[in-house]
Design a protein around this ligand. Structure first.
Ligand code: AMP
Ligand code: GLY
Length: 423
């Protein structure tokens, strides 16, 4: 089989790495890929220009199956373009990807289908938004409706921050079109988990649970990032909670999308807040796997993932089964200097240890240039340690990191701290 993986982050390196373990795979192409997929002879990197150009390429190369990592090509309609040409691709259509690309769409959808989430209202008029803030008080959460590369959510702990966020989005054009409409929602206190399932339009197959750390600094402090580390499984998601999330969030979402004539296919990621009473509520949907959650999840997956993907595109996910390494996988992100605001690129990376059964390093913002591996993005690498306990998995990841160097490298030293007392 020839497989095409779309994307160039750590998530896509981990997906490609996992798929390469399948005996049925003859070639894996990655578009655009990164330094990690460039170094490895299992893969070939292909530039990414547009959904149409990618579909032309996939036709010429006789790609059997395409799997999409990031939201941007999905929202640009890559799945629609491939399907129109009769090519097999796993991901949501542009219409279904609205669950991520429009917060207002997602909130209204959840409302229509009684899916637990924070109370909210949507505004385009700044005056009305300010009046609503005055009525609701703080803390409160202001979200740009559209995709904003992780910058679209302001968790305002006080009045000033809340009003400023509304001003910046609705009047200051801070996020352009993405912020021309805002969702203002109730602040929910609790612990977040990432709940990711594969969906074929009708059936759902949950991946094992995970949790990430979004803040830049130790102890979950500092600015929000795309994710500084993640681990799987997430002990906060007990079997009882797992059943509730499936029943109260995932099932009504998949059924609701089908009943509205927009059947959902692809990875579906529910960001779930487990509140003080232990109730799960949906903070957001993503129409893709999480990054960095994918890295520890793929490190633990034992099944042949090509078979799972075939079930997914054939509509037979009810016949698929996943086997997991019983160990914990814990991934620590190594980020570039200046991340998340203005990451610096072009630094030489050295010392990545060879993969063993105990750890593996996935590349994200790296590129291969004249035989040298250089930083080329905010999140550079994700080092995943595996062990029977969270503590030892954490130790293994941090031991491996000691060998790695690039100028300005920054990482958190406490990834997994929430899980430690639970195991
Ligand atoms: P999102 O992009 O919607 O996941 O939001 C980014 C982050 O903001 C989430 O991971 C949460 O930490 C936080 N957040 C979003 N919505 C809420 C909410 N209603 N209450 C509290 N925190 C939230
Ligand atoms: N790690 C969070 C995300 O992928 O959105």
């Amino acid at each position: 089989m020839k497989i095409l993986v779309v994307g160039g982050g750590g998530r896509e390196h981990a997906l490609a790495w996992k798929l390469a373990q399948s005996k049925r795979v003859e070639r894996i192409l990655v578009s655009p890929g990164n330094g990690g997929t460039a170094i490895d002879s299992n893969f070939r990197n292909i530039p990414y220009k547009s959904p149409e150009a990618l579909a032309d390429f996939a036709q010429q190369e006789h790609i059997d199956l395409t799997v999409v990592g990031p939201e941007a090509p999905l929202v640009a309609g890559v799945v629609d373009v491939f399907r129109e040409r009769g090519m097999r691709i796993f991901g949501p259509t542009k219409a279904a990807a609205q669950l991520e690309s429009s917060k207002d769409f997602a909130k209204a959808f959840m409302h229509r289908h009684d899916i637990p989430t924070a109370a909210y209202q949507t505004f385009t008029d700044a005056r009305q938004a300010h009046a609503y803030l005055d009525k609701m008080g703080a803390p409160i959460v202001i979200k740009a409706d559209g995709l904003a590369a992780g910058k679209g959510v302001v968790v305002a702990m006080n009045f000033e921050e809340a009003h400023e966020a509304v001003d910046r989005m609705l009047e200051g054009n801070w996020l352009g079109n993405a912020g021309a409409r805002v969702v203002i929602e109730e602040f929910i206190e609790g612990e977040e988990a990432s709940f990711i399932v594969m969906v074929d339009g009708l059936h759902m197959l949950p991946l094992d649970t995970s949790q990430d750390h979004k803040r830049l600094g130790d102890g979950d402090t500092g600015p929000n990032t795309g994710g500084m580390g993640a681990y799987s499984p997430a002990p906060v998601v007990t079997p009882a909670l797992h059943a509730r999330i499936m029943r109260e969030i995932i099932l009504p979402t998949v059924r609701g999308m089908a009943s509205e004539g927009i059947p959902y296919t692809g990875f579906l990621y529910a960001g779930v807040m487990i509140d003080k009473q232990g109730n799960p509520r949906t903070l957001e949907f993503n129409c893709r796997m999480g990054d960095p959650e994918t890295q520890p999840i793929m490190a633990r997956l034992k099944s042949d993932f090509t078979e799972t993907l075939e079930h997914a595109v054939n509509g037979t996910l009810d016949q698929a089964e996943l086997q997991w390494d019983r160990r914990t996988a814990l991934g620590v992100v190594l980020a570039a200097h200046g991340y998340p605001e203005k990451p610096l690129a072009g630094d030489i990376i050295t010392g990545i240890p060879r993969e063993t059964d105990d750890y593996v390093t996935f590349h994200a913002g790296t590129k291969l240039q004249n035989g040298k591996l250089l930083t080329s993005g905010g999140r550079v690498l994700c080092v995943v340690g595996l062990a029977d306990s969270v503590r030892v998995a954490q130790q293994r990841a941090y031991d491996a990191i000691e060998h790695i160097h690039f100028d300005g490298m920054q990482f958190r030293s406490d990834i997994g701290y929430r899980a430690l007392p639970r195991c």
